[in-house]
Write a protein that binds this ligand. Sequence first.
Ligand SMILES: O=c1ccn([C@H]2C[C@H](O)[C@@H](CO)O2)c(=O)[nH]1
Ligand SMILES: [Zn+2]
Length: 142
Amino acid sequence: MPPITSPVTAQELEILSVKAIEAKSQAYCPYSKFRVGACILTESGEFVVGANVENAAYPVGTCAERVAFGTAVVAGHKKFKALAVATDIKPAASPCGMCRQFIREFTSPSFPVYMYDGEGGYKVMTMDELLPDSFGPDHLPK
Ligand SMILES: O=c1ccn([C@H]2C[C@H](O)[C@@H](CO)O2)c(=O)[nH]1
Ligand SMILES: [Zn+2]
């Protein structure tokens, strides 16, 4: 059985959402003009933010979610409680396919992804809902 992600408190969720929404202002998105902010709550109680960073060579740009997870992993974090992603649209946007696979590497099936719309409303889905029947580290030969 996969590990169950520990639940997020109402206070943690409030901070997570504020930081994800604030992180939109750090986006570098001159091409799409589509601001995305992300914030991860680590198992140790730290908040790590990211925003999308685009590039003149369009496909080279990275999403907010991968910036946040890359930053957190490089800072030494290995376990995560929740992710919030914020955009200015409604209904809320959800992580792209590449990000779903990237996040899957570091999370359990019950890991919650909170998706905030431009009015502060949100929907929440687990990683298993976002990426069912997924491929991960355990599928590779030892
Ligand atoms: O969940 C998402 C969806 C899109 N983007 C970024 C990629 C690109 O910079 C811009 C438009 O797709 O939004 C993210 O960061 N996260
Ligand atoms: Zn993405």
